[in-house]
Design a protein around this ligand. Structure first.
Ligand code: HEC
Ligand code: HEC
Ligand code: HEC
Ligand code: HEC
Ligand code: HEC
Ligand code: HEC
Ligand code: HEC
Ligand code: HEC
Length: 308
């Protein structure tokens, strides 16, 4: 029977801990357990999970990790248990390792026009390869995970960007789907659409007032708010029956939704922005809602009031 140098090095340490923590059963059990495994013929009986079971104990276990560690690691168990850790010994580097079974993700990244820059930091910045308490073996709760990077005022390429975490922290009104997380609206890896959205939404302030231009919003809202000139029901943004969404959005040069709304959150009712960017100019909107309508006094026209 072979005596493990690796384990005998650990054993006194564990026993020492046990001595100082008489009530700590975990530590004592570990000491006894290590004594046990050190008596085993290592090559034959030890399994990876004898020492690493914590990696696959969380609620959502990655299929290949519950099946066999060999799917991804090339570890000689005898050598490893005797001499200690000698690197990860992955059969391939991430992300190629992941692509061996998730080829469709590789295809998405090479075929879709919008790729999330976070993909550059590899798959394991968001997924555990082993197990996690979160759906899709995410390393943190989905919204928290997104906000752990989207908490900056400057992009990776040095441009100014929306600090979504800060925006959410001071906003009074949050767009309800944002409460449920970010992937309700965004795709995490890559997308056919601008801003990694699940469907089409334009870039820019002025865009054609065609239904499909704003397909994304119609995933949840009724496109009548854009298409019907006179209405008593399609929108509350109306003066009498005159649809003011329609007034602002018709023809080839309509104002996009984001000229008035913040799609994530805002300090104002109805997700109305304080200011909208116009090149280098920040145009104030000065929106004041009231029970039966509201008023605004934006940089582009005199103060106007609407009453339903
Ligand atoms: C799907 C591939 C895959 C499988 C299957 C897998 N691992 Fe890993 N393992 C990885 C990757 C990738 C890393 C590096 C993680 C990182 O970069 O954060 C890793 C890291 C580790 C580490 C370093 C510590 C840590 O938590 O990151 C240990 C220990 C480990 N794996 C053990 C195991 C054991 C034991 C099994 C079987 C129960 C196993 N792995 C199965 C891919 C895998
Ligand atoms: C006798 C206990 C024991 C067994 C059995 C064991 N390991 Fe480990 N392993 C350890 C310890 C201790 C470490 C170092 C601490 C840590 O990272 O958890 C380690 C570290 C690792 C690491 C990380 C190495 C690094 O450089 O960070 C990997 C990967 C790993 N083990 C994989 C495996 C795989 C795969 C198996 C089964 C083929 C296995 N281990 C079996 C005890 C064991
Ligand atoms: C920025 C974080 C992030 C990165 C980086 C990331 N993912 Fe994901 N991934 C997610 C999220 C979030 C989901 C869940 C999406 C949902 O619930 O709709 C997901 C879902 C998945 C799924 C299951 C659903 C599907 O699309 O098939 C797989 C498989 C997957 N990711 C693999 C990968 C691989 C492989 C990589 C690296 C090439 C990677 N992911 C990188 C965040 C990420
Ligand atoms: C040996 C094949 C294999 C490798 C390698 C592999 N996966 Fe998987 N993966 C699977 C299978 C099979 C499933 C679906 C079954 C499951 O997880 O229970 C899956 C599911 C997933 C899911 C979805 C889990 C869920 O809850 O639905 C994610 C995310 C994922 N893998 C990410 C990764 C990442 C990241 C890597 C690289 C570190 C990777 N996979 C490497 C086989 C693999
Ligand atoms: C590891 C860091 C990281 C994580 C985690 C992360 N992102 Fe990103 N994301 C980036 C980087 C880097 C960019 C490029 C712009 C920048 O630097 O802010 C970006 C850009 C974006 C963009 C803008 C894309 C465009 O084309 O305009 C969206 C939308 C986005 N991320 C959504 C998400 C969502 C949703 C999640 C959670 C599933 C998430 N991000 C998690 C790093 C991350
Ligand atoms: C209701 C759908 C929706 C939800 C939920 C949502 N977003 Fe967005 N997001 C959008 C739309 C639409 C845009 C593009 C218009 C804009 O920039 O305001 C966008 C743009 C972005 C951008 C790019 C900003 C830029 O200036 O390029 C980032 C980063 C982003 N979202 C991150 C997130 C994060 C992180 C979450 C979760 C906390 C999230 N989003 C939740 C709809 C959504
Ligand atoms: C995933 C579903 C979803 C998508 C996509 C979505 N919304 Fe919403 N939105 C909601 C829900 C749910 C509410 C709250 C109930 C309501 O007012 O319809 C809401 C409310 C709003 C409100 C506030 C209503 C008020 O009076 O307070 C505005 C403004 C708004 N959405 C604009 C947009 C715009 C602009 C888009 C497209 C860029 C969009 N939404 C895309 C689900 C969505
Ligand atoms: C010119 C500014 C402006 C533009 C552009 C604009 N909205 Fe609005 N929107 C408003 C105002 C103001 C309200 C609040 C109406 C009220 O309740 O008094 C509103 C309300 C809403 C509501 C709440 C329900 C309703 O209709 O009253 C939704 C949803 C909405 N807008 C979606 C959109 C979408 C989608 C777009 C782009 C296709 C868009 N808005 C473009 C100003 C605008």
């Amino acid at each position: 029977m072979e005596k493990s140098l690796f384990l005998s090095a650990l054993l006194p340490f564990m026993l020492l801990l046990g001595f100082f923590n008489q009530d700590n059963t975990t530590v004592n059990e570990t000491a006894v357990y290590l004594e046990d495994v050190s008596q085993k013929p290592l090559a034959e009986e030890l399994k990876c999970s004898d020492c690493h079971s914590d990696l696959i104990e969380s609620a959502v276990v990655h299929g290949p990790a519950s099946q066999s560690c060999d799917n991804c690691h090339n570890v000689d168990i005898k050598e490893h248990a005797e001499n200690g850790a000698r690197g990860l010994n992955l059969v391939k580097e991430v992300p190629e390792l992941c692509y061996t079974c998730h080829e469709e993700i590789k295809t998405d990244l090479s075929s879709l026009p919008q790729v999330h820059l976070a993909m550059n930091s590899g798959c394991t910045s968001c997924h555990s390869p082993h197990s996690s308490d979160e759906k899709n073996i995410l390393v943190a709760q989905q919204k928290k995970l997104c906000l752990s990077c989207h908490n900056k005022d400057v992009t990776a390429t040095g441009e100014k960007t929306v600090n979504i975490k800060k925006l959410l922290s001071y906003s009074k009104v949050v767009h309800p789907p944002v409460e449920g997380g970010c992937v309700v609206c965004h795709q995490p890896h890559a997308s056919q659409n601008n801003y990694l959205l699940i469907s089409a939404f334009p870039k820019g302030n002025y865009v054609p007032a065609v239904r499909d231009t704003f397909a994304f919003c119609w995933e949840c809202h009724d496109s009548d708010l854009l298409e019907v000139a006179q209405t008593t029901s399609a929108t509350n943004f109306r003066d009498g029956e005159r649809n003011l969404h329609f007034v602002h959005m018709n023809g080839p040069k309509a104002r996009s939704c984001i000229m008035c709304h913040n799609v994530h959150a805002s300090a104002n009712e109805h997700l109305i922005e304080d200011k909208v960017k116009f090149g280098n100019w920040e145009l104030p909107i000065r929106y004041i809602p009231n029970e039966n309508g509201g008023s605004c006094f934006p940089g582009c026209h005199a103060e106007k009031t609407y009453t339903r």
